[in-house]
Design a protein around this ligand. Structure first.
Ligand SMILES: [Zn+2]
Length: 89
């Protein structure tokens, strides 16, 4: 009887250790995922597109003519307008 109890307790302890290890590993993975997300999103400040006024993360900026635009479209639009203005002047 004592032997059976010993094996039952051993099985419970092994199971508990297994569950605990799985839990702590998944918690670590979740923490790393959150950390990665924080690294890619939070340090980038939001800046305003000079063309359309939209706020967007700086690391997604499309650079052109010394300015940071929200998209290639806005950059082209700004450049086209500038060229038009230069042509008229
Ligand atoms: Zn824009």
């Amino acid at each position: 009887m004592g032997r059976i109890l010993f094996w039952v307790i051993l099985a419970v302890v092994i199971y508990a250790a297994f569950v605990f290890a799985r839990k702590s590993r998944s918690a670590r993975i979740a923490r790393e995922e959150r950390g990665g997300a924080r690294e890619s999103k939070f340090p980038a400040p939001m800046i305003e597109c000079p063309e359309c006024g939209t706020y967007f993360p700086e690391d997604e900026a499309v650079l052109g003519d010394g300015k940071a635009y929200c998209s290639e479209r806005c950059r082209k639009k700004a450049r086209a307008r500038k060229e038009r203005q230069n042509g008229n002047a």
